[in-house]
Design a protein around this ligand. Sequence first.
Ligand SMILES: Cc1cc2nc3c(=O)[nH]c(=O)nc-3n(C[C@H](O)[C@H](O)[C@H](O)COP(=O)(O)OP(=O)(O)OC[C@H]3O[C@@H](n4cnc5c(N)ncnc54)[C@H](O)[C@@H]3O)c2cc1C
Length: 320
Amino acid sequence: MNVVVVGAGISGSVCAWRLAKSGHKVTLVEKGRGVGGRMSTRRMEGARIDHGAQFFTVRDPRMKELLSLWKNENAVEPWYDQIAGRPDIPGGQRYRGTEGMTSPAKVLAKEFSVETNLFVDRVERRDERWLISERYGDRRKLMADHLVITIPSIQLLELFDRSNYSLDDNTMKSIRSICHTRCIAVLGIMDRSSVLTEPGTITHPVPEIDWISDNQIKGISREPACTIHASDEYSQKFWDAPDHERVPFLLSIAEKHLEVKITSWASHRWGFAKPIVTFGATHWHSFEKGITLAGDGFGGERIENAALSGWEAADSILNS
Ligand SMILES: Cc1cc2nc3c(=O)[nH]c(=O)nc-3n(C[C@H](O)[C@H](O)[C@H](O)COP(=O)(O)OP(=O)(O)OC[C@H]3O[C@@H](n4cnc5c(N)ncnc54)[C@H](O)[C@@H]3O)c2cc1C
């Protein structure tokens, strides 16, 4: 079967990988420049910085299977289990990508074709097949026997609207109920190494900040560089504010805790960080309609659940 998967985050990548391993012809399409989605790594002034998800957990046996694939390819490493002096944070091994959080998705993408910089504008059901059309650029068009969509729910609803497409009322209602937090992230270049010890993270130093990490201690950057994630509340409050109103406070807290000067920075707004209301099932699938939906809005918070959503979506297609 010819399958197009929309969205190259971990759920789309795992789904595409499983389908391709089972002999289907799979194309993964992504509006961004590369694979990984919110598992995103950026280069800045010679530093390598994880600016979305910071680590992943491995609890489910299927995730262990992925882990061993990634380990064989030297794409992931254990990062930390417990933070010294923070018994309130549950233990459990956290993993990171060897060259940042995009590394695991890059390994999966070796098994199928990927079309990047392709913003899917419309999906149309024609004669039991799908026509997938690009919005900009070359206006590429792809045909598929089956369509998998793994993009965040708001973007999924917008895509359905543009396509004049809809599912039954109950399903649409559940999709509309999916809700994500927001996160303003700041990536900073530091004038020197920070004073943090391994694993190089601070969580919730103040109510306005969820996370600060040092990418050099994390082991992904030669140059000293940090990631700051504002809390959902702070991010909502300053979402539309200009950088000069929302960033200096975040920098000042990071500089104080890391004991560095941040010499340059970039900020990024994550409109869909972590799901707080989910669909109620790990994915949605209809063989008759030729469409399957997955992603963390279905599977639940964390990379592991997003990956398993993609995995189970693939299983439903394979078992149809
Ligand atoms: C700041 C932040 C910190 C986080 N920290 C952690 C953490 O430490 N640990 C953890 O487990 N989880 C963390 N998460 C959550 C985790 O990143 C997500 O749950 C997971 O990566 C979601 O994967 P996904 O495949 O469902 O979606 P995504 O990764 O969002 O993938 C969807 C993809 O679809 C693409 N897309 C959207 N619309 C279109 C279109 N029209 N055409 C083509 N492509 C399109 C997007 O560009 C994107 O690449 C964090 C998230 C954020 C934002």
